[in-house]
Design a protein around this ligand. Structure first.
Ligand SMILES: Nc1ncnc2c1ncn2[C@@H]1O[C@H](COP(=O)(O)OP(=O)(O)OP(=O)(O)O)[C@@H](O)[C@H]1O
Length: 244
């Protein structure tokens, strides 16, 4: 299962400097955490990988299937940075609707939505209108929607933003169970929280891959005397401060 961006260029406006300029990126199996400062291009990369945005140049493929294809859309799930509550729908309806949009029949989508909500610890709110949920709960609806149709690649844009510590823990547990099933790329600013639990780390800076490789290799950038719980942050800082 190889998701690949090849020579991808993307600018939000034709006259502005591209956010990504000829980017080559290959997503390895397992869980990869995508780090980088504000504006580095993480969301843009995720949107291109999700096929919701088309590159101006280059290609995005999954085992050779182009991102515009229906098979690609079924295989890849994307959770946007802003999860929007669908007015009038309950949490379960919103998740089921995503499954239906991805090609599931209504009955399967309805059943899978319940299972996905259990996985993100939101079964108790299944019948609550999505617009009444808190920001953190709504993000969990977004995670459930990404899980509902059995995608093989999950692209999650800051999934833990706004979650309280308990919900972060739930999310990390979900991630641990997913690790053997699917390929995950998730962006986060919670360096300490997630980077040490991932298989790989990618650091993006001004649209360029500053580091991509094993989490172990990433952590090795931390100074030797750093306490174990602080290694990810220290490694990230060291990488950001070193010259390219
Ligand atoms: N809709 C848009 N229109 C114009 N420019 C945009 C738009 N979305 C993003 N950009 C610009 O593209 C660049 C990359 O943004 P992007 O959201 O991909 O970065 P990011 O790494 O996800 O940042 P953050 O950590 O703040 O979410 C930034 O300079 C941003 O201002």
């Amino acid at each position: 299962m190889t998701l690949e961006l090849h020579a991808c260029t993307y600018a939000y406006r034709p006259w502005t400097r591209p956010v990504l300029d000829g980017l080559d990126y290959r997503l390895p199996p397992g869980v990869t955490v995508l780090l980088g400062p504000n504006g580095a291009g993480k969301s843009t990369l995720l949107r291109l990988a999700a096929g919701v945005t088309r590159p101006r140049g280059g290609s995005v493929t999954l085992d050779g299937t182009p991102s515009g294809a229906r098979a690609y859309r079924r295989a890849v799930a994307w959770m946007p940075q802003q999860v929007t509550a669908m007015t009038a729908l309950t949490a379960r309806e919103q998740v089921a609707y995503t499954g239906w949009l991805k090609g599931m029949n209504r009955a399967d989508a309805w059943a899978a939505a319940a299972t996905a909500l259990v996985r993100v610890d939101l079964a108790g709110q299944a019948d609550t209108r999505a617009r009444r949920l808190s920001g953190g709960q709504l993000r969990r609806v977004g995670v459930a929607a990404a899980l509902v149709h059995g995608a093989r690649v999950l692209l999650l844009d800051e999934p833990t933003a706004g979650m309280d510590p308990r919900q972060r823990r739930v999310f990390r547990d979900v991630l641990a169970t997913l690790a053997n099933e699917v390929t995950v790329l998730l962006s986060t600013h919670d360096v300490a929280d997630l980077a040490e639990e991932s298989d790989q780390v990618t650091v993006l800076e001004t649209g360029r891959v500053r580091y991509t490789g094993s989490t172990e290799g990433f952590l090795a950038h931390a100074p030797a005397d750093v306490a174990p719980g602080r290694r990810a942050e220290a490694a990230y800082t060291a990488l950001s401060e070193s010259t390219a």
